[in-house]
Design a protein around this ligand. Structure first.
Ligand SMILES: NC(=O)c1ccc[n+]([C@@H]2O[C@H](COP(=O)([O-])OP(=O)(O)OC[C@H]3O[C@@H](n4cnc5c(N)ncnc54)[C@H](O)[C@@H]3O)[C@@H](O)[C@H]2O)c1
Ligand SMILES: [Zn+2]
Ligand SMILES: [Zn+2]
Length: 347
């Protein structure tokens, strides 16, 4: 079978002869992938930011497809269309029972080498083995296409988790630092939760234009305070999402926060230490929460919002390409020439 294989920074290749995955235990399933997306998280190894990321890794953690084989412990039937959670969790340990799936003793992430738990081949491939499939997979509702359900497996559920973590109230102004796919998912979820306005800040002019087109208020990082004031939050936003994962973005999130605000950090931070404006955070009594999206917990709510047309995943997709064009797709995504790429693995 074909799949997208990491060979080092800037080097991904579609390989034609990868081993076919098989069911190894009662809770395993094999999915024939239809749609799979490239995530900003995939850019971290692509940009060489994760030393030790293993060459030979089949990439990808956002995918939908059709169940083709299932162990006896999986109640979904063969032929069912499914969306996978990017996070793989057992669903049975104490932490899973508390709903803390990313803290599962057995947690892993598809296609991400050994960065999060044990290595597991990813979903940018024609077929993928899904462990704990009774927990990790969800049925795609009949009235949604595979593409419409795809982002419930990661970025939409992550945006939703971020907004939940800010404890935002209807009528409030929300600030989002980073207007990439994750930031815009958080912005969409804020509007769905009743935010009065969402101010999205990004360094990139085209990304700001996209945010404006989707009905958000875009600003440069330098203009963020003024934009918040114009949006009705002169003291800063009560709810802030950081969707970048850098020191500068976290500092911008602190600057955007009004006293007693909550900042939800969904941008992936990999540095062992980070400079943090602790004085400002203390003076303003800020709450800073690091949040990993949890599709297992939130995908039902997210899919319901997509079905009700209150979240619009199609607005995020800039490129639809065949799996065979994955190397070009990574290149475009890395250079921000593509906003969000959906690869078709079925052709
Ligand atoms: N926590 C989770 O569960 C989860 C899930 C998915 C992705 N992520 C992470 O979220 C982050 C964003 O993902 P994405 O797919 O949107 O990636 P992306 O790289 O497409 O988007 C990041 C955006 O941030 C902007 N940016 C960079 N520095 C900035 C700054 N100082 N101020 C304002 N904007 C700035 C960039 O121009 C870009 O538009 C990544 O770190 C990714 O790993 C986390
Ligand atoms: Zn992701
Ligand atoms: Zn568990």
């Amino acid at each position: 079978m074909r799949g997208v294989v990491y060979h080092g920074p800037g080097d991904v290749r579609v390989e034609p002869d990868l081993p076919m995955p098989t069911v190894r235990g009662p809770r395993d399933a094999v999915v024939r992938v239809t749609k799979t997306a490239i995530c900003g998280t995939d850019l971290h190894p692509y940009r060489g930011e994760i030393p030790g990321f293993e060459s030979g890794t089949v990439l990808g953690h956002e995918f939908t497809g059709t169940l083709v084989e299932a162990g006896s412990g999986v109640s979904l039937h063969v032929g069912q269309r499914v969306v996978a959670s990017d996070i793989v969790a057992c669903g049975r340990c104490e932490r899973c029972a508390r709903g803390e799936h990313y803290q599962c003793e057995l947690v892993t992430l598809f296609g991400y080498s050994t960065v999060v738990g044990a290595a597991l081949p990813g979903g940018q491939a024609e077929y993928v083995r899904v462990p704990y499939a009774d927990v990790v997979l969800a049925a795609v509702p009949d009235d949604l296409t595979d593409e419409e359900a795809l982002f419930a497996g990661d970025i939409l559920s992550t945006g939703y988790a971020a907004i939940q973590a800010t404890a935002m109230l209807p009528g409030q102004v929300v600030a989002v630092v980073g207007g990439g796919p994750v930031g815009l998912c958080a912005a969409m979820c804020a509007i769905a939760a009743g935010a009065a306005r969402v101010v999205v800040t990004d360094l990139d002019q085209e990304r700001r234009e996209r945010a404006n087109r989707l009905g958000f208020t875009a600003s440069s990082p330098a203009g963020l305070s003024a934009a918040l004031a114009r949006a009705g939050a002169p003291d800063g936003a009560p709810a802030v999402v950081e969707a970048v994962g850098t020191d500068a973005a976290l500092a911008a999130a602190v600057r955007a926060a009004r006293p007693c605000a909550t900042i939800a950090v969904v941008g992936a931070h990999h540095a062992p230490d980070l400079p943090f404006p602790a004085g400002t955070a203390f003076a303003r009594e800020l709450t800073v929460r690091f949040v990993v999206g949890d599709p297992i917990r939130y995908r039902d709510q997210v899919l319901a919002l997509v079905r009700a047309d209150r979240l619009d995943p199609a607005a995020l997709v800039s490129h639809r390409m065949p799996l065979s064009a994955a190397a070009e797709a990574y290149h475009l995504f890395d250079r921000r020439e593509a906003f969000k790429v959906v690869l078709d693995a079925s052709g």
